[in-house]
Design a protein around this ligand. Structure first.
Ligand SMILES: *Cc1c(COP(=O)(O)O)cnc(C)c1O
Length: 406
């Protein structure tokens, strides 16, 4: 299954051949919520699912929109998936997939280090409202994952890189465990588009919060689901599809804007990676505790290196541990307000550096005890390294700021 020769950049380029209406180099925006049915006899065929977007027949904007569909195809090509679909947010993509498989008494086995919103969804919202049972496990501990799967779960859920602890999931081993138990492996690949392609290692569904690196400009909230054609048909089913009926539809204008960001996603990811690597090495030499997947000291360095696509590096995120929340906050304050180094803000993948203290922000949905179990220290600061400024100057600013906080 492992395929070191998969090239997501080329795969996406091969899929991108949609001209605009008048021969424009960019595709046109299909800004219509409904579509003309040319003859009355076609209507029942569309409604019964015999004709659909692949047959050139669109029905209604919440079902399929051609512009959104093209974006989905581009991201699917990047992941090596059969098909893809755009949603209103990353979280709505996650919710729709889990609901489709587990709503009404189904079970999920999930990593215990997750994006805070996904954690709350799986820990509280879905169990309370949809009778979904979630078992959280240390996704690094394959024996405990295997053991938890014995309860009949139909979804095994993980993020490629755990948030914010930056541990790499062993996707092919997790896929094997899921498949041995007749379950699907769902992977949130938001942190590592282009860099790791989970489907090449056996994942069944890949989800992105396109709000992050795919957008790159922190200007839109959006999500993408990459999956098989048959699973997308289930999600879009007029009677039982969670996407169709809960309706987290992506606006075609958003899909169009994101489609213009994809051709330079590879170049951006390489630059994010190169800069994060520079910082990680420099800060390590400086004596600072750094967690970065690209440092040989990182516990998952070999695993990441083995499963990553060639030449994209190790991603744009790293964390440093300032010891306690007070020093973490002081560091961010100095960096933002004294050096104009970046912004104190949640989120990631922006062209400017974003920094946050996960304990009191993106992981605050977890209790202190749960955070401790997940390895989230109160002084942890997460950096999503941006693309602006000189990397050497930026790194000097960081060292100066750390000195001021010690
Ligand atoms: C931001 C994020 C989400 C949620 O995405 P939205 O687009 O904000 O709904 C899910 N997973 C990860 C890893 C994220 O960073």
């Amino acid at each position: 299954m492992t395929n070191r020769t998969f090239d997501p950049q080329q795969a996406m380029a091969d899929a991108r051949h949609e001209f605009g209406e008048h021969g424009g180099v960019n595709m046109s925006i299909e800004a219509s919520t409904t579509f003309t049915v040319m003859t009355p006899d076609l209507m029942p065929e569309i409604f019964s699912g015999q004709l659909g977007p692949t047959g050139g027949c669109y029905l209604y904007g919440r079902h399929f929109n051609p512009t959104v569909f093209v974006l989905g195809r581009m991201v699917a090509a990047m992941e090596g998936a059969e098909t893809g679909y755009g949603t209103a947010s990353g979280l709505s993509a996650i919710a729709a997939v889990i609901m489709q498989r587990c709503g009404g008494g189904g079970k999920v086995v999930s990593s215990n280090t997750l994006y805070g919103g996904t954690w709350a969804l799986l820990d509280e919202y879905l169990p309370k409202n949809c009778n979904v049972e979630t078992t959280f496990v240390d996704i690094q501990d394959l024996a405990s994952v295997e053991n938890a799967m014995k309860n009949g779960a139909s979804v095994l859920y993980t993020e490629t890189l755990s948030n914010p602890t930056l541990r790499t999931a062993d996707i092919s081993s997790l896929a094997k465990i899921a498949h041995d138990h007749d379950a699907i492996l769902v992977v949130d690949n938001t942190f590592t588009p282009m860099i790791i392609s989970p489907m090449q290692h056996g994942a069944d569904v890949v989800i992105h919060s396109a709000t992050k690196f795919i957008s790159g400009a922190s200007d839109v909230i959006a999500g993408i689901i990459c999956c098989s054609k048959s699973f997308l048909e289930e999600l879009m089913d007029l009677h039982l599809g969670s996407l169709m009926l809960m309706g987290p539809t992506m606006d075609p204008i958003v899909a169009f804007r994101l489609s213009l960001r994809l051709p330079h996603l590879a170049a951006r990811m390489k630059e994010h990676s190169a800069r994060a690597m520079y910082f990680a090495k420099q800060l390590q030499e400086f004596g600072q505790v750094v967690m970065y997947s690209g440092l040989p000291e990182h516990p998952d360095y070999n695993l990441f290196t083995k499963i990553a696509n060639k030449d994209f590096g190790y991603g744009g995120l790293f964390t440093i541990d300032m010891g306690d929340a007070e020093r973490a906050n002081k560091l961010m304050d100095v960096l933002q307000n004294k050096f104009k180094f970046g912004y104190m803000a949640v989120s990631l993948g922006y062209f400017e550096t974003l920094m946050s203290c996960p304990g009191t922000s993106t992981s605050s949905e977890m209790s202190e005890e749960v955070q401790r179990q997940a390895g989230i220290s109160p002084g942890l600061v997460r950096f999503s390294i941006g693309l602006t400024g000189g990397v050497e100057e930026r790194c000097e600013q960081m060292k100066k700021a750390i000195k001021l906080c010690s």
